[in-house]
Design a protein around this ligand. Structure first.
Ligand code: GLN
Ligand code: ZN
Length: 746
């Protein structure tokens, strides 16, 4: 039985690509250095896969920023604003923008935490140029021979993810000719097959593009290279039957998400095609559970025997190698599987299925390791007990918004505040590192943090903000900080995955029941509040965001995990409130990201996600004002769920979307208060009073002024104090100006 891969991590085990990119951007290394690093990383990936004995190794997926951007460039889809630029300068300007030339828009790659750059398809295209891709394939062939299988982003996924000035059919016809040329070139190189990645086929709307897929793939088939049509992240749903008929040599399905197995059982699989069985989960870090996996494969084999085994998607969504982890407890580490371990699992599965004697020992070992883990992972009967007895009252604030709002802090019209974090200076980061390494005592650490809090409070008072924050100096990351204080979360040392470009994240691993042994944010809140008569907001990360930015466990549902985290946060809300917090913010920037790809499953997800938020928040007394914050979200299609969060104040991004977010909320008749994100924290530019005033006026026209708060659109941690102070001063001035105008006319 063959094994195949669909892509590998790109960033390097020691984040070599990140370092190489950042040094190149700073002008400290050459183009040649950068390309050399990339080639080395690619070659390591190939070697690793070769050594394990993978039969069809996906190649050409490596990227210096984003693979979708790579395909835009190769296909000649370069918007005119970049056309005066050349080479890598053009590439990185498309990725990151520069003075006067905005970058392509960046957005999430399906339901993953990877971000891609949205292609902009205008009317004028450049000639396609696949030379970089082709030379990579040739390099791979020299090492891997026939095992090297080019990975190509499929034309319809590319199109459906893009912004288009052209009509879809016309764009598809033109684009397909570029792909035909590419396939001809690959054929000339003698590749055995080509992977065409078409994850868009799992979207709920795939069915409406049936004719277009048919027409496109009929044309591509004419070239005569065997195509493996690769789908992942969900099942094919209603598209299953017609996808089976596309003129391709093989089709890959994801058997770790959605329910392709049922579709396969119901409709069968064409006997002339090879089925790529995505059986090793490329989106999570757990070892396979051999019993369940073998059973699935056997079921599949009873339907079709022409199969190959592979990860469910590219392995870019998991870190490289569990062996690099030194600090994880053994029972946990033994059941983890990163990219390299996943290759081993594929090989083992294929060998075991070929001859059940050879892999027997390994099978027993894996089973023992899972048993050892079961005995080790934290179980908290009290938490489980609470969750089985949840009642609707646990999710309900004691009074409805209309009644509680008058009991809550009375603030000036258009109250001003921030989203929580203030600049994380090198000194602050250094301080946390020193503390972590044990170079300074807890007392020294806390004294330094308290000094930063004091300085932050003083600045905010001076700026004249109405509601203050402590500044989040003790937090490395909004999820990690909380996870590290909760039982049930584990953290890796080297478990980096690419978020976008050179940016990587190290998602925590949820491996047991969640429990909060002690307060997590109380001390810093109290320090801050003791320094000022103004209100200081308590700042928490919401349950859904903590879940969505972690690798979840697989033995209980995501819903249960969100509710467990919510219970821990509920205790924190209660403690903050008891300590005098009049306002508590529970951030949920990742709420929308968790939406399932298929729309018919949105309702189910949003129901438990909103329940989890409510469970955390509902312990607040009517007098306590609950804020939430979501950046870069659209709300139009989920507004009733946003309303059901029942937060008193919802702060949103609004400056980058050109007021669209606020308009959506206004149109939906949102009755609670809205924090109007009046300037973009991701830009170093300092917004002027006039600019913010204009932004605020637009808000006041759409939503009653009593409902509006004034704040930046996200946290300020990536900015410099020199930028933050004048920006916030201008924001406060703009609010004061409008406030004066409005009360003058009243
Ligand atoms: N309170 C967080 C901060 O200010 C919110 C961050 C976010 O929305 N991503 O940093
Ligand atoms: Zn934000």
């Amino acid at each position: 039985m063959l094994t195949a891969t669909l892509g590998y991590p790109r960033i390097g085990k020691k984040r070599e690509l990140k370092k190489a990119l950042e040094s190149f951007w700073r002008g400290q290394s050459s183009e040649a250095d950068l390309l050399k690093t990339q080639a080395e990383l690619e070659e390591q990936n190939w070697q690793e896969q070769l050594q394990v004995g993978i039969d069809r190794i996906g190649v050409g997926d490596h990227s210096l920023y984003d693979h979708v951007l790579d395909w835009s460039c190769r296909l000649g889809i370069v918007p005119p604003r970049f056309s005066s630029l050349r080479g890598w300068q053009r590439y990185f300007t498309m990725a990151r923008g520069k003075e006067g030339i905005p970058a392509l828009e960046m957005t999430k790659w399906f339901d993953t935490n990877y971000h891609y750059l949205v292609p902009e398809i205008g009317t004028a295209w450049q000639d396609p140029d696949f030379s970089d891709f082709l030379s990579t394939v040739q390099r791979a062939q020299r090492l891997l021979g026939q095992r090297a299988v080019p990975i190509v982003l499929g034309p319809l996924t590319f199109l459906l993810l893009s912004k288009r000035e052209l009509e879809l059919g016309e764009a598809a016809t033109r684009l397909t000719e570029g792909y035909v040329f590419l396939l001809q070139e690959l054929q000339r190189l003698g590749v055995a097959e080509v992977q065409m990645h078409e994850p868009a086929l799992v979207g709920s709307d795939a069915d409406q593009y049936q004719d277009l897929y048919h027409k496109t793939y009929v044309r591509l088939a004419q070239v005569g290279v065997p195509l493996q049509l690769v789908t992942y992240f969900d099942d094919l749903g209603a598209a299953y039957t017609w996808v089976m008929q596309l003129p391709v040599a093989g089709i890959s399905l994801d058997f770790t998400r959605g329910d392709n197995l049922t579709l396969l059982q119901k409709y069968g699989f064409p006997s002339d095609k090879q089925l790529g069985v995505g059986i090793v989960d490329a989106r999570n870090i757990w070892r396979i559970q051999p019993g369940a996996v073998l059973k699935t494969i056997e079921t599949i084999q009873s339907i079709t025997t022409k199969i190959r085994l592979q990860p469910s998607a590219s392995l870019q969504f998991v870190p490289y190698d569990v062996q690099l982890e030194r600090n994880l407890p053994a029972p946990l580490r033994d059941v983890l599987s990163f990219a390299q371990q996943k290759l081993g699992e594929l090989r083992w599965l294929a060998d075991y299925l070929a001859d059940r004697k050879t892999g027997q020992e390994q099978l027993q070992l894996i089973e023992q390791q899972w048993q050892a883990f079961a005995a080790f992972s934290p179980v908290n009967p009290a938490v489980r007990e609470r969750l089985t007895h949840l009642s609707p009252a646990d999710l309900e604030r004691p009074l409805p918004y209309e009644k509680r709002k008058d009991l809550q802090p009375q603030l000036p019209l258009l109250p001003t505040t921030t989203i929580g974090s203030f600049p994380q200076t090198p000194a602050i980061r250094q301080l946390r590192v020193q503390y972590k390494r044990g170079e300074i005592s807890q007392r020294e650490y806390e004294q330094a943090i308290d000094a930063a809090i004091a300085e932050c409070i003083r600045s905010q008072e001076e700026i004249g903000l109405d509601v203050l924050v402590h500044g989040e100096f003790e937090r490395t990351d909004m999820v990690e900080f909380f996870g590290q204080q909760l039982q049930g979360f584990a953290f890796t040392e080297h478990g980096w995955v690419q978020s976008y470009g050179s940016r990587c994240v190290r998602p925590p691993i949820i491996y047991g029941d969640i429990n909060r042994p002690q307060p997590m944010t109380l001390r810093e809140f109290q320090v801050a509040q003791s320094l000022t008569p103004k209100i200081v907001k308590g700042m928490l990360t919401g349950p859904v965001t903590m879940l969505n930015w972690s690798f979840p466990r697989i033995d209980i549902s995501r819903r249960e995990q969100a509710l467990q985290i919510a219970l821990a946060l509920r205790e924190e809300v209660a403690d903050l409130q008891a300590a005098g917090a009049k306002i508590i913010q529970i951030d949920e920037p990742a709420l929308r990201e968790g939406l399932p790809l298929k729309r018919e499953r949105w309702g189910e997800y949003l129901t438990w996600a909103v329940d989890a938020f409510r469970l955390a928040a509902a312990v607040a007394q009517p007098e306590t004002q609950i804020h939430t914050h979501m950046c870069y979200s659209e709300f139009g299609d989920i507004i009733e769920h946003i309303q059901r969060l029942d937060a008193d104040v919802l702060s949103i991004e609004n400056s980058r979307s050109n007021n669209a977010t606020l308009l959506e909320i206004a149109e939906a008749g949102y009755k609670h208060q809205v924090g109007n994100g009046v300037y973009d924290v991701h830009s170093p530019a300092i917004p002027s009073v006039a600019q913010i005033t204009t932004q605020l006026r637009l808000g006041v026209e759409k939503i009653p002024v009593q409902q509006i708060w004034v704040n930046p659109d996200c946290g300020l941690k990536t900015r410099q104090w020199e930028e933050v102070i004048p920006a916030l001063q201008n924001m406060v001035r703009a609010a004061q100006k409008l406030r004066a105008e409005l009360s003058g006319t009243n």
